[in-house]
Design a protein around this ligand. Sequence first.
Ligand code: NAD
Length: 481
Amino acid sequence: MNDHDRNDLFIGGRWVAPRSGATADVIEAATEKVLGRTAMASNADIDDAVSAARTALSGPWSTLTNAERADLLDRFAAALKSRGRDTSRLVSRENGMPIALSNGVNGFGPAAMISYYAGLIRDASNEDVRPSMFGGRTVVRREPVGVVAAITPWNYPQPLAAMKLAPALAAGCAVVLKPAPETALDAFVYADAAVDAGLPDGVINIVPAGRDEGAYLVQHSGIDKVAFTGSTAAGRAIGEVCGRLLRPVTLELGGKSAAIVTERADLDVFTKNLLAVSLVNNGQTCHASTRILAPRSRYDEIVDAVTETVRSLTVGDPLDKGTDIGPLVSDAQRERVLDYIESGRADGYRITTGGGVPAAQPQGWFVEPTVFADVDNSAPIAQEEIFGPVLTITAYDGEDDAVAIANDSIYGLGGTVWTTDEEHGLDLAARIHSGTVGVNYYELGVEAPFGGVKASGLGRELGPEGLSPYYTSKSVYFGTQ
Ligand code: NAD
């Protein structure tokens, strides 16, 4: 038994052994050693979790006022926040995320999101009365959509769960959370905090499992809405099922975003932000601006600046505050990234730094931060999501060309524009076909909707827009008699 072991699932407010007895090892990305063991749910456990969530919906949870629910959510947020330091370290050990980033996104982010949604509902009414065109009135009620299946990946496990849990709970839904097996251990922190905060039994259920059980959960007859973050391939499969079942679904999927560095860019600002915008979380970030588009007039200068910046990054232990780039989440992920580097090399593109496994890190799933220059935007390394520390640089001739290249992608999730003139930045941002764009910066805030267009997904999370999918509306008509 190890300190990190989680041998039970969390269902109906209780810790229960998985019916099949199945467990899986969670491996530490930097050491390749077992970090802890997680219980793994089978379909029978998923049935139990869905049933517990349905029961919760007809219990005391459903009779709370918005203000009472907001109080509970604030307690839940406080319980998460008090664990933030440990949670950040745990996630960094699971998936290799540099601790400086993890402290923010895993330690602080979920509590901030939950408090934000508590604030949105606290004084809100779930009813409004509208005069009817026939002289009577209509009462429009907001009601919780029901039981939510929340399915999350391993790259930002805590905030991606919070982006679903927080609005779902604020709306009065109950949730079955199926985290990815690679980062299952940290998901149970939500159970610990729910118990501390006194959330009613069954409002949150946590069932780590693989893809097949995830697919079983999506089509389960007890589910009213699916909220998924993960790959485009899985998102398409889930979208097809939900389409057939006419089941509401939110899909946050892959990306391959562009950084348009304009003639008017301040290169110091660009390079200072490059890690945060393009290589954040070791490149395992859906919205990262991994395609750098450079005007031909400044091309060499930009290639040199990007190369120097990337070469100077500190690769190492994710638990060290000075680390910029940690290991990738798994051996399979590293192989995938190294295969892409080989494909870029085989296609004849110029590697200006990196290109393999760092000699100083023989253990752990590290990949050198790598830059390819002179890349044609049609190349697989420019079109496909690599999900590792690999950037491409492509030249453009004029801003129409830059916008056309940025939009020449199946994805549309993020993107950045680099210019000293903010109006110019906003004009260019408007021309990028994508759900989000940053100007000289990129950071998701809880107050604004996040999500993609095209193969990057359907629907939005965060902001007030992220709350409405968890409600359904009911119109009650009154005549004049
Ligand atoms: P993945 O799609 O393989 O797995 C994600 C989760 O879905 C896991 O919990 C997995 O078990 C489950 N799953 C997989 N197939 C399923 C199916 N058919 N039915 C139900 N559940 C299923 O993705 P991954 O490789 O773990 O994560 C990386 C991907 O996630 C990248 O493509 C990345 O861009 C994307 N991502 C998107 C966002 C966003 O907000 N748009 C954020 C983070 C990651």
